[in-house]
Design a protein around this ligand. Structure first.
Ligand code: PLP
Length: 388
């Protein structure tokens, strides 16, 4: 099988599993317990926090471990907006982009349904980017928070985060970014990015599912969304996932240390793959930004097909990929990311996303590109829909 669905999830890296193992077995303590086992767990958690803070260039106290990207996004969007509204009831609007993951979008809609917020959606251009001017146009004195993703999970487009955060700050508005897809590929220095909050998920970069984190700059007010025993300095209650935190810290450190090499190598492979797909399927349309895109994502529309049919055909050739984000899989609705980019719904139904982790090889991608031309040709011949 050639696995080209790394934006959905990645296998756990060997080094990550090795680092986690002791905290599943001998050192299995609860980090809140006042005995040696508990203290060992607390020390491991503190070590993980220090490593993560090193990668993010932030204070250790700014790191809140969560169960993953969805929880981190919920905590950022709800937690910051609600804390600001509590301090000043006139702050009752949130700004998100038109291409956010549902974890951000649905958190904003929850604020709208239950807490009297209005949601302002900033549009993207045809490449999927938010421009600083487009953001400035939707900011209001009542805006409590701006949340714009670092890189998109369907098309890989990278946002100009530092410039966008600066625009929000000119109006005194905190800025959150969902860096779930960016982590492992792009710089994560929170000072250089200028963000006040940033979400990361372990399973997109070689740590297991169910671990993640939210960076929250210390001056940013945050209302918790999970209440209980007051762990993570009261910002996220629940017995800490010590092994998960260690795994996330190890994966982030590995990614940081190898980033330059992996980014250049995978970007070159991605470009070769894009060229090969375009050669085999001349009417294929590459979606997303031509250059400001993640090394790890190549996404296309294949006119005259249905994305789902191409996926099934590709799987018969041993190539596994996705027709959009895994979260939207199974839904027949066209991708809102693609339609927000101005791609007509009919064309958006033909989308296929190929995504890679650092283990991808040239041989695999050459085989995959050949499979893509065969699959698209077959689906076109059969007529879209008949291979379902
Ligand atoms: N944000 C983005 C951009 C994602 O791609 C994903 C996962 O697909 C998430 C958030 C959710 O992360 P998790 O799967 O850790 O809940």
């Amino acid at each position: 099988m050639i696995f080209l669905d790394a934006a959905a999830t990645t296998p756990v890296r060997r080094e990550v599993l090795d680092a986690m193992w002791p905290y599943f077995t001998g050192s299995f303590g609860n980090a809140s317990s006042h005995h040696t086992l508990g203290e060992a767990a607390a020390a491991a958690l503190a070590g993980a926090r220090a490593s993560v803070a090193g990668v993010l260039g932030c204070r250790q106290g700014d790191v809140v471990f969560t169960s993953g990207g969805t929880e981190a996004d919920n905590l950022a969007v709800k937690g910051i907006a609600l804390a600001r509204q509590a301090a000043n009831p006139s702050l009752n609007r949130v700004v998100i982009s038109a291409v956010e993951h549902p974890a951000v979008e649905e958190s904003a809609r929850y604020l709208e349904r239950f807490h009297g917020f209005a949601v302002d959606v900033v549009p993207v251009d045809g490449a999927g980017q938010v421009t600083p001017n487009a953001l400035a146009a939707v900011l209001r004195p009542e805006t409590a928070l701006v949340s714009i993703m670092y890189a998109n999970n369907e098309v890989g487009t990278i946002q100009p985060i530092a410039a966008l955060a600066e625009r929000a700050h000119e109006h005194g508005i905190p800025f959150h970014t969902d860096a779930v897809q960016a982590a492992g590929w792009l710089p994560l220095d929170t000072k250089a990015l200028g963000v006040d909050a940033m979400s990361i998920s372990g399973h997109k970069l070689g740590a297991p599912k169910g671990c993640g984190m939210l960076f929250v700059r210390s001056r940013t007010r945050l209302e918790p969304v999970i209440h209980g025993g007051g762990q993570e300095r009261g910002r996220r209650s629940g017995t800490e996932n010590v092994a998960g935190a260690v795994g996330l810290a190890t994966a982030l450190t590995l990614a940081r240390d190898r980033q330059a090499e992996e980014q250049a190598r995978v970007a070159a492979l991605r470009d070769r793959f894009i060229g090969a797909v375009a050669g085999g399927v001349p009417d294929a349309v590459l979606t997303g930004h031509p250059t400001e895109r993640l090394p790890s994502i190549a996404s296309f529309c294949f006119p005259g097909t249905s994305g789902e049919s191409v996926l099934l055909e590709l799987e018969r050739h041993g190539v596994v990929c996705s027709s959009g984000s895994a979260c939207a899989a199974g839904s027949d609705a066209p991708s809102t990311v693609l339609t927000a980019m101005g791609i007509p719904a009919e064309m958006a139904q033909t989308a296929v996303r190929f995504s890679f982790d650092a283990s991808v090889t040239r041989g695999d991608l050459d085989l995959a590109a050949a499979a893509v031309s065969a699959a698209v040709a077959r689906v076109k011949n059969l007529g879209a829909g008949q291979t379902r």
